[in-house]
Design a protein around this ligand. Structure first.
Ligand SMILES: NC(=O)c1ccc[n+]([C@@H]2O[C@H](COP(=O)([O-])OP(=O)(O)OC[C@H]3O[C@@H](n4cnc5c(N)ncnc54)[C@H](O)[C@@H]3O)[C@@H](O)[C@H]2O)c1
Length: 336
C-alpha cells in the first residue's frame, strides 16, 4: 500500500516536472525568439532607412544582361517597343509578343537596326490562357527558357464604370491582370529551377490609387500589383533570391494610350515622356529595383495617402486634378 502511494507520487512529480520543463522550454524559446526578432527589427529598421537614403545619392551598380532571353509582351508599340530598343544593344535575345503583327514586325526591324542580333517575334493574344501556353511552349522549343519576363501589354476602356460594356471590362482584366498569371505559370518554373531570372510587371499609378473614370483599369492594375508583390514574397519565402522582381507604376505617359487626358499641375504630376519611362524601366531592371514609381512625387503621395484623414485625401486628389484626369479621354485614334 505504502509502495503504491510512493510510486503514484513519483509518477505525479515526474509528470509535473516534465510538463513544467516542456512549458518552461516553450516559454524560453518564445521569449528568446521574441527578444531576438524584436532586436533585429529595432536595429535593421533604421539601417534599411539609412541604406535607402544613401542609395538615393550613390548610383547602384548595373548588372550585365548579356546572354539573357528577354520576353516583352505588347512589344508592338509604345513602352514595349521602347524597352525592346533599350535592350537592343545589350547582347540579349529578344522575344517580342504582340497581338498586332505589323507593329511587332516594325519593332523587330527597329531593334535589329539598333544592333540586336537575336530577335524572335510571335503573335500572341495574352488575354487567352491557352494561346499564352501554346506560344510559350513554342518559345521554349525555338528559343529556350526566358530569363527576363516583362509583362507590359495593356488596354484601357476609358469609360465610366456603368457605361463600360461587360465584354470590355472582362478584356481589361484579362489583358492587364490574368495574362500575368499565365505568363508566370509558363516561364517562372525554369527561373525557379535555375534560381535565376527577373519578373517585371508594368502596372500603373492607377494600381496604387483610385481614379475617377478608370474603375476597371484601376482594378486590373491594383490586381497586377498585388499579384506581382505576392509572388515576389513567395519567391523570398522559398529562398529563391536569384529570381528578381520589379513593379513599375507610372503616371500618364505620352504614348497615345491615354490621349486627351490632362494633368492639372504638370510640375508635380507631368505627363511622362515615353523614352524617359523606358530608360527608367530598363535601369530599374539592371539595378534590381523592386518598385519604380514615376514621377518621383508619387512616392511622397503614396506615403501621404496612408497617413492622412480620408476627407483630406479626397481634397488633395481633387486639388491634383484626379477627378477630371479622364474628362477629355480619347485614347488611341484607331481604338474603336
Ligand atoms: N500610356 C500610359 O499613360 C500608361 C501609364 C501607366 C501605365 N501604362 C501601362 O504601360 C503598358 C504599356 O502601355 P503603352 O502606353 O505602351 O500602350 P500602347 O497601347 O502603346 O501599347 C500596348 C501594346 O500592347 C498590345 N496589346 C494589347 N492587347 C494585347 C493582347 N491581348 N495581347 C498582346 N498584346 C496586346 C498592343 O497591341 C500594343 O502594342 C500598359 O500595360 C499600360 O497599362 C501606360
Amino acid at each position: 500500500m505504502w509502495r503504491i502511494t510512493v510510486r503514484k507520487r513519483n509518477i505525479y512529480s515526474i509528470t509535473c516536472a516534465l510538463f513544467s520543463f516542456k512549458y518552461r522550454q516553450i516559454f524560453q524559446e518564445f521569449t528568446m525568439n521574441f527578444f531576438l526578432e524584436t532586436l533585429m527589427l529595432v536595429f535593421l529598421g533604421p539601417y534599411y532607412y539609412i541604406e535607402a537614403f544613401v542609395k538615393l545619392f550613390i548610383p547602384t551598380r548595373k548588372k550585365s544582361v548579356a546572354g539573357e532571353t528577354v520576353l516583352i509582351t505588347g512589344a508592338g508599340s509604345g513602352i514595349g517597343r521602347l524597352i525592346a530598343l533599350q535592350f537592343a544593344s545589350m547582347g540579349v535575345t529578344l522575344v517580342l509578343w504582340d497581338i498586332n503583327k505589323e507593329g511587332n514586325k516594325e519593332t523587330a526591324k527597329l531593334v535589329k537596326e539598333k544592333g540586336a542580333k537575336r530577335v524572335h517575334t510571335y503573335i500572341c493574344d495574352c488575354s487567352e490562357k491557352d494561346e499564352v501556353y501554346r506560344v510559350s511552349d513554342q518559345v521554349k522549343r525555338e528559343v529556350g527558357d526566358v530569363s527576363i519576363l516583362i509583362n507590359n501589354a495593356g488596354i484601357v476602356t476609358g469609360k465610366k464604370f456603368m457605361d463600360a460594356p461587360d465584354n470590355l471590362i472582362i478584356k481589361t482584366v484579362e489583358v492587364n491582370t490574368m495574362a500575368h498569371f499565365w505568363t508566370y505559370k509558363a516561364f517562372l518554373p525554369a527561373m525557379v529551377a535555375n534560381n535565376h531570372g527577373h519578373l517585371v510587371s508594368i502596372a500603373s499609378s492607377a494600381g496604387l490609387i483610385g481614379v475617377n473614370g478608370l474603375a476597371d483599369y484601376c482594378a486590373s492594375k491594383f490586381a497586377a500589383v498585388g499579384f506581382a508583390e505576392s509572388v515576389a514574397l513567395e519567391l523570398l519565402a522559398t529562398g529563391k533570391s536569384g529570381v528578381k522582381t520589379t513593379i513599375v507604376c507610372p503616371f500618364f505617359i505620352n504614348t497615345g494610350m491615354f490621349d486627351g487626358c490632362d494633368t492639372k499641375w504638370p510640375r508635380v504630376l507631368p505627363i511622362l515622356d515615353p523614352n524617359y519611362v523606358a530608360k527608367k524601366i530598363v535601369n530599374a531592371i539592371l539595378t534590381e529595383q523592386v518598385h519604380l514609381y514615376l514621377p518621383r512625387s508619387l512616392y511622397f503621395m503614396m506615403a501621404l495617402k496612408n497617413l492622412m484623414p480620408t476627407k483630406l485625401g479626397v481634397l488633395l486628389g481633387d486639388y491634383l486634378g484626379a477627378f477630371h484626369f479622364m474628362d477629355a479621354f480619347k485614347g488611341h485614334k484607331k481604338k474603336e
